[in-house]
Design a protein around this ligand. Structure first.
Ligand code: MGD
Ligand code: MGD
Ligand code: SF4
Ligand code: MO
Length: 692
């Protein structure tokens, strides 16, 4: 009998990176629970973290490289797989140029620190413009807005948990998601802090979510109308004596007059009619902002996926800037990451957002944005394949069959690629379609330094996870297989000219960590123990504002003003209109973990959620088969009659292949021209009982 042993680590499933204690016995995980000594998560761990062991032992866990031949996918050795992949990629590059080789970094690779590091290095070294990531189907409005308002896509704004007095959450449900740009490990404790003595938390969401239910006030607004709420608040604050901080505006901003003009149409009756909120709600929120003087605004995918995403993100920044909230006591701050890389950048790389053509097949889409952030939007990937511009794709920890718009077109296009190399940890519909399958080390089998370059944590921590087990079977760390691919293409991706077979994860970590707040040896001396960098947050107060050109925020960038003006011209839809909203569920991660749970715990379900009145209007009952239709596209599933959702909103969770909400989205209609973002939430749909 082997004795059990407890190892400290972190969960790598979402940006909360909760500290965990992994109890192992030989090669088996017995249990995973929260680590009470972690300075931020403080013992919290959600069902996905507790399922780390179940994922590690998953029956469909990938063990061997596989190569497609005449008889379908066959297990092969790594040398055979890599030789074939290297040869095909070299030939395609020689024939069609570097843009024929593409890389897609999905969520699974995004949380693999070393894999991500080498994936980015590979994209750059190849000189391909065909770089894609889940960022452009998630929140491209954030780098766009920060770029336009500050001159560079700057770090992530995060909550000042202890300092915040008034917090407004719009389009995020951290009780389930554990946060979007601010990470919420231990969300109940964090919500309690935000609603403590003298503090207020307001949540705008068409659903009475677990987060909204703990708020001081819940504003159940109509989907995709957040711009009206924020524009109204700005209009009121910017009116003479309205509560904006005029001293700060004069000293540290540009274009306040243009902002004032842009929000002028959004008076109280119009904002109330558009949002569907009682005027009292809007007045009370305005008064709360005046009372507190400052506020923190947290946006999420509920806002970043709607048609007005850019306007909403911009107005939320503007609201925080005119109240002098950013980087001040009680307002949000900008996370510098555990490295010092961002704060040492001086000045920020500039200029950005120059004119540049978009991808060859869609030159009108997001050219300047793509050039600035260094990637094409996911919404052009299918066109790039169909046009023959993209011929090989390294698909790293992602699932475009549920995450990209217009699923049937995506499936057909992926089938046309000469090379579809899929790196994952479990068998998925993507690995089944792959030409090359790269089995990766899972979180318990690899090193990670979460939050090193940028982080969503409410404080600055350095942390390292070391492998709990060596990679089983023929699984390899993603960084290694990508470095091997790079060698075959004669490009360098590892630091110090290292060769993949001579390098260890430690060599990469040493190089990446050098010059940071702590070095590799200090971190690894006590693996799993997060080091809290006390005082950094306070020392850095104002660090971003100091880097702004002339120390000023641009309050009213022209392209955003134009987008709000276009929204101002739209008339509110009739009240009976149904709008679909998307979102996350607690026990799965997008399309992953849907069938993985810790022993004795349950799984999530795919349902179409409707308000009782909307259900009655369409004669739909609980559990009945229903159809959601948008134009020619339809999805079908079972109804959940749900009083927590507001009338006029239909909620379909994201990530279910059998109820694939992405089938209702399109990479043609309503693609934002500035970022290439797809309208994934807040669009009109019809709902009916499915024919029996
Ligand atoms: N209509 C609609 N579309 C959406 C959304 C929506 O709400 N509605 N949400 C959007 C958002 S926010 C996102 S982020 C994207 C998600 O888009 P993707 O990232 O493309 O999709 P995921 O389902 O997260 O796929 C993650 C994959 O990574 C694998 N994986 C997990 N862990 C690891 C690992 O350690 N290593 C490797 N190599 N692989 C691993 C999983 O098995 C899974 O196959 O979808 C977007 N698309
Ligand atoms: N458990 C779990 N956690 C996750 C994920 C997961 O799949 N499962 N995915 C991770 C990923 S990739 C991401 S990007 C983050 C996302 O993190 P969040 O953005 O917090 O995601 P959601 O929990 O879907 O919350 C979005 C909320 O917006 C609301 N909403 C929809 N439309 C509107 C609107 O028009 N206006 C307003 N104000 N609200 C609206 C929805 O009802 C929903 O409650 O979560 C991450 N964490
Ligand atoms: S909230 Fe859950 S999924 Fe996210 S890091 Fe913590 S345990 Fe993992
Ligand atoms: Mo996401």
């Amino acid at each position: 009998m082997t004795a059990s042993q407890t190892v400290r680590s972190y969960c790598r499933t979402c940006s909360a990176h909760c500290g965990v204690l992994v109890e192992r016995e030989g090669q088996q995980v017995r249990s995973v629970r929260g680590d009470p000594s972690h300075p931020i998560s403080q013992g919290y761990c959600c069902p996905k973290g507790r399922a780390m062991g179940a994922l590690h032992h998953h029956p469909q866990r990938l063990d061997h490289p596989a190569l497609r031949g005449s008889g379908g996918l066959q297990p092969v050795s790594w040398p055979t797989l890599l030789a074939d992949l290297q040869r095909q990629l070299s030939e395609l590059r020689a024939q069609h140029g570097p843009d024929a080789l593409g890389v897609y970094v999905g969520t699974g690779a995004g949380f693999d620190s070393l894999g991500l590091f080498v994936a980015n290095a590979l994209g750059m070294a190849l000189g391909t413009r065909s770089r894609y990531s889940a960022m452009t189907i998630d929140t491209p409005c954030l780098p766009l807005v920060s770029g336009l308002m500050t001159g560079a896509p700057i770090p992530n704004p995060v909550l000042d948990l202890e300092g915040a007095r008034l917090t407004l959450i719009i389009g995020s449900n951290p009780m389930v998601s554990h946060g979007h740009t601010t990470a919420w490990p231990n969300p109940t404790r964090m919500l309690r802090t935000l609603t403590g003595e003298g503090r207020e938390l307001w949540v705008a969401d068409p659903r009475a979510t677990a987060t909204a239910r703990q708020a001081t006030r819940h504003l159940a607004l109509r989907p995709a109308t957040d711009h009206a709420l924020l524009a109204y608040l700005l209009r009121e604050l910017l009116s003479p004596g309205g509560g904006a901080n005029t001293r700060h505006i004069d000293a540290h901003t540009l274009d306040v007059d243009r902002l004032t003009q842009a929000v002028e149409p959004w008076d109280l009756p119009r904002a109330a009619a558009t949002t569907g909120l009682p005027e009292r709600d809007l007045l009370d929120l305005r008064d709360a902002v005046r009372r507190h003087g400052r506020l923190s605004v947290l946006t999420g995918t509920g806002t970043s996926m709607q048609r007005s995403a850019n306007a909403v993100e911009w107005l939320s920044w503007a609201l925080q800037i005119v109240t002098d909230s950013f980087e001040r006591e009680g307002g949000m701050w900008f996370h510098p990451g555990a490295s010092k890389r961002l704060e040492q950048m001086d000045p920020y790389p500039a200029p950005v957002f120059q004119d540049a053509p978009g991808p060859a097949s869609r030159p009108e889409v997001a050219g300047h944005f793509a050039a600035t952030v260094g990637e094409f939007p996911c919404s052009v990937l299918v066109d790039e394949i169909e046009a023959g511009n993209l011929r090989a794709l390294l698909l790293l920890g992602g699932n475009p069959l549920t995450s990209f718009p217009d699923t049937p077109r995506v499936a057909a296009a992926l089938g046309r690629l000469d090379v579809l190399a899929v790196a994952d940890i479990v068998e998925t519909p993507l690995t089944q379609r792959a030409s090359h399958v790269l089995p990766c080390a899972d979180p318990l089998e690899r090193f990670d330094i979460p939050g090193y370059i940028d982080s969503a944590h409410v404080d600055v921590v350095s942390q390292i996870a070391t492998p709990v087990f060596p990679p089983a079977a023929e699984r390899r760390p993603l960084w290694w297989s990508l470095a091997k691919v790079a060698e075959g293409l004669q490009v360098d991706v590892l630091p110090g000219g290292l060769r993949a077979d001579d390098a260890e994860s430690e060599d990469l970590l040493r190089a990446i960590l050098s010059g940071g707040r702590v070095d590799y040896d200090t971190l690894v001396a006590d693996p799993g123990a997060a080091i809290l960098h006390t005082g950094v947050r306070e020392d850095l107060r104002g660090w971003v504002e100091q880097k702004l050109p002339e120390g000023r925020w641009r309050l009213a960038p022209e392209p955003l003003v134009a987008q709000l003006a276009a929204l101002s011209e739209r008339t509110p839809p009739p009240p009976a209109t149904l709008r679909l909203i998307s979102g996350r569920q607690l026990r799965k991660m997008n399309s992953a973990l849907r069938d993985v749970a810790a022993p004795g715990e349950r799984l999530d379900e795919a349902r179409i959620h409707l308000h009782p009145t909307d259900a009655a209007r369409a004669a739909i009952e609980e559990g009945e088969a229903v159809r959601v239709t948008r134009g020619a596209a339809t999805v079908q599933g079972r109804a959940r009659v749900d009083p927590a959702i507001r009338e006029g909103a239909v909620w379909v969770p994201h990530g279910w292949p059998e109820l694939c909400v992405s089938q209702l989205t399109s990479d043609r209609d309503a693609v934002d021209p500035l970022t290439g973002m797809v309208e994934q939430s807040g669009f009109e749909v019809a709902v009916s009982a499915a024919p029996r």
